[in-house]
Design a protein around this ligand. Structure first.
Ligand code: ZN
Length: 187
């Protein structure tokens, strides 16, 4: 599943940061486009560590920086939690981009920013992504199946898109109704 320049043996970053709160819909940052990271400095490393801690604590398959209030193009993913086969530990991806994608399949998705809601979303089944790692190295990664889905879901966040934005309006409206009804109950 991993190939090209991605080194699966590379040590996963040690997670020693405090988790942070995850923004929930309808926070405006979730609908905004995140800005590219132009320099990987100590603040980018710090937020990446906090994202890893937050993703592991949630627990989630992945997380985008705007979900924790930072509108930068950073995402974290935990392949070991997604794949059945042996997979690398938690990863940080800076300025990720889709180089190529193929296929299309419907499968169920949820989102830490839309707790308790699920929908069937059509996405490519295979993708090649390019990103920069925390050491500043350009990495190319091939992903398929649910890992590709999770990565594309997180990439969507960086452009202000939630999974329900990819559903037909009737389904989206039903999920929104469910979401706001629950908020009423929680009051
Ligand atoms: Zn999400």
């Amino acid at each position: 599943m991993f190939s090209n320049t991605y080194d699966a043996q590379k040590k996963a970053p040690a997670v020693m940061a405090e988790p942070v709160g995850i923004l929930k819909y309808p926070h405006s940052l979730l609908a905004s486009t995140s800005a590219p990271v132009d320099r990987i400095d100590s603040s980018i490393r710090a937020i990446s560590q906090r994202m890893l801690a937050t993703m592991l604590m949630a627990p989630g398959f992945g997380l985008a920086a705007n979900q924790v209030g930072v509108p930068k193009r950073i995402l974290t993913v935990n392949p070991a939690r997604i794949m059945d086969e042996p997979a690398p530990g938690p990863m940080v991806m800076i300025n990720p981009e889709v180089r190529e994608s193929r296929g299309g399949e419907w499968d169920e998705e949820g989102c830490l920013s839309l707790p308790g809601l699920y929908g069937f979303v059509k996405r490519p089944t295979w993708a090649i992504l390019e990103y920069t790692d925390l050491e500043g190295e350009k990495v190319e990664m091939e992903a398929e199946g649910y890992l590709a889905r999770c990565l594309l879901h997180e990439l969507d966040h960086l452009d202000g898109t939630l999974f329900w934005d990819r559903l037909p309006a009737s389904q989206r409206n039903l999920l929104k109704l469910k979401f706001f009804t629950r908020m009423e109950w929680a009051r």
